[in-house]
Write a protein of this length. Structure first.
Length: 150
């Protein structure tokens, strides 16, 4: 299954992220995961949200440069070597990971690793053939991460 990631291109200055989150909050769009990469004066805010099409429209209307990219959200074991199993598989097949980030769903059980790869369809077929499960946008929106104990 393919998921959708929003990439928002923004100036690296105070308030850029706040502008993005304000639009999404106003539209009642839930952020499920995010990563930010900066380089001097500009950066990219990558987001997994519960309604990427509506988020894309709202952010674009707010004057932001935003793009929807297809990504794989792969369920991996949350244990030593869980991520290595996936990355070695992609490497052995010559699939390049352009961008990636992950989060734990259930401590010592499952995690999700989101990958933007150069050969998406090949990677999707490969990981599913090797027994990995993938989540689409709806599956990511429904994820219930583990709860910390306070």
């Amino acid at each position: 299954m393919i998921a959708s990631q929003l990439s928002v291109f923004a100036e690296n200055r105070p308030g850029s992220l706040a502008a993005v989150t304000a639009v999404l909050a106003r539209e009642k769009i839930n952020i499920r995961a995010t990563t930010i990469t900066t380089s001097d004066t500009f950066g990219v805010i990558n987001l997994i949200v519960d309604d990427p099409d509506r988020a894309h429209t709202a952010l674009s209307k707010a004057g932001m440069m935003v793009r929807i990219r297809p990504v794989l959200a792969v369920l991996i074991d949350d244990r030593p070597g869980g991520l290595d199993r996936l990355t070695q598989l992609l490497y052995q097949e010559g699939i390049n990971i352009n961008n990636a980030y992950g989060f734990v769903l259930e401590n010592h059980v499952h995690a999700v690793f989101v990958v933007d790869v150069d050969q998406l369809e090949k990677a999707e077929r490969l990981v599913e053939k090797k027994g990995f499960k993938t989540l689409d946008t709806e599956g990511l929106a429904a994820v219930e991460p583990f709860h910390y104990r306070y």
